[in-house]
Design a protein around this ligand. Sequence first.
Ligand code: FAD
Ligand code: ZN
Length: 469
Amino acid sequence: MTDAFLTELTKILGPAGLILDKDLMAPYLEEERGLYHGRACAVARPASTDETAQLVRLCAAAGVAVVPQGGNTGLCGGAAPDGSGQQLLVSLQRMNHVRAVDPINFTMTVEAGVILENVQKAALEAGCLFPLSLGAEGSCQIGGNIATNAGGTAVLRYGNTRELVMGLEVVLPDGRIWDGLRRLRKDNTGYDLKQLFIGAEGTLGIITAAVLKLFPKPEDQQTAFCALSDLDQVLALLARARAMTADQISAFELVPRIGLQMGMDLVPGVGDPFDGPHEWYVLMELSSSRREGGLAESLETLLAAALEAGEVVDAVIASSLEQRKALWRIREGIPEAQKRDGGSIKHDVSVPTAAVPDFLRRATQAVLAAEPLLRVVPFGHVGDGNIHFNLSQPPGAEKQAFLGQWQRMNRIVHDIVVEMGGSISAEHGIGQLKKDELAHYKDPVALELMAKIKAAFDPQGVMNPGKLI
Ligand code: FAD
Ligand code: ZN
């Protein structure tokens, strides 16, 4: 970074918009799993789309690579700069304004740096729902959610982030602004350009604002925790639940016994709702915008039928907000418990929903054949066919030595996933972590088209290089 570049950058951003101090930069350079230790020439914190455009134009002219960052909660190293110390990290955190909420059009327009939880709150204040919901919602940003096409726990009902975005404003790698902030439910005027930026992990441009799709606010929510008679019944229960409730299921999450047990051992507030252990559980939630919609009766009828059919052997229904939170704590405690337990090798995979039980059996058998003492902790969004097939180290094993098996285990699991028509990254993206896996598994024609798109948008390769492709 030359002095002239720095002077220009300071002119654009002002003192509040630029961090050069090593200690102040540090939090932007550490990431969730501690896998990447990047360095940056500076951290830029633009306050507007215009400032973002000016700084990107400056970077393009100087050939300085730009790494966009949202809440830095991503799990694949996409927001971490490389080790050269030459890349400029651009944090969207100061662009945190809700520009407009329109409860008639059921849309809201927000800047990219708004924290997801604040997006949800602003929607609720207008009597609406923004349904995207995930464990990191208190710190991830909507721009990061869009850049990673985040999934979470409400996909079954409302779709991935991709389905929730109606328009985008983007600063392109050459510094031009693309104003695609449309609020239209119908617009057939050619290629749907916004879709290219959704899930692009910051490789095609910096998202600065978005129009989001809203829904009627739920007035009634019912939550149940069910013990399954066996794993295969998860499919029958899902189909029954969707059919019997007029598709009012808004979450359907799989919890294995070991996940509940680990939570009870290691995470405060996690307790077993049943008297005895069961091998598999489902956390199910129904929601409706009708206040007196009979949702509680719906859930009771559903569970009675599922018990009668032998799909479920026991179930509890939350009768208060505290109980609802306690049931969600079981599910949300699993990643936390794994972290406290020691080394954990991650797989964020999906298969067609109907293939989940088969996948779980095959993959479990294969990893245990390779490493008999590890513990398989599979959990997650089974209603979407998305399982976090995580492997915890053998008790007492050396953490780093276990993590050294990451690639070997990935290959075993991903081979099975791909053979079953699944995806090696269901919701967390590719970043740096899965770049080689993507190159190994993705259809060569698709990879070639992706490279052409990248080259068309960013011929100089200044926008988040080294990520995704
Ligand atoms: P960052 O981590 O800052 O960035 C992620 C990627 O997006 C990077 O490549 C970055 O360059 C790019 N990016 C960020 N902002 C922009 C922008 N404005 N313009 C262009 N590119 C940008 N993910 C799920 O999908 N589902 C889950 O259920 C889920 N649960 C999680 C639970 C926990 C506890 C944690 C820690 C993470 C979880 N994640 C989950 C992963 C993560 O929260 C999501 O990927 C989230 O969408 C990332 O948002 P962020 O703002 O933190 O982005
Ligand atoms: Zn998840």
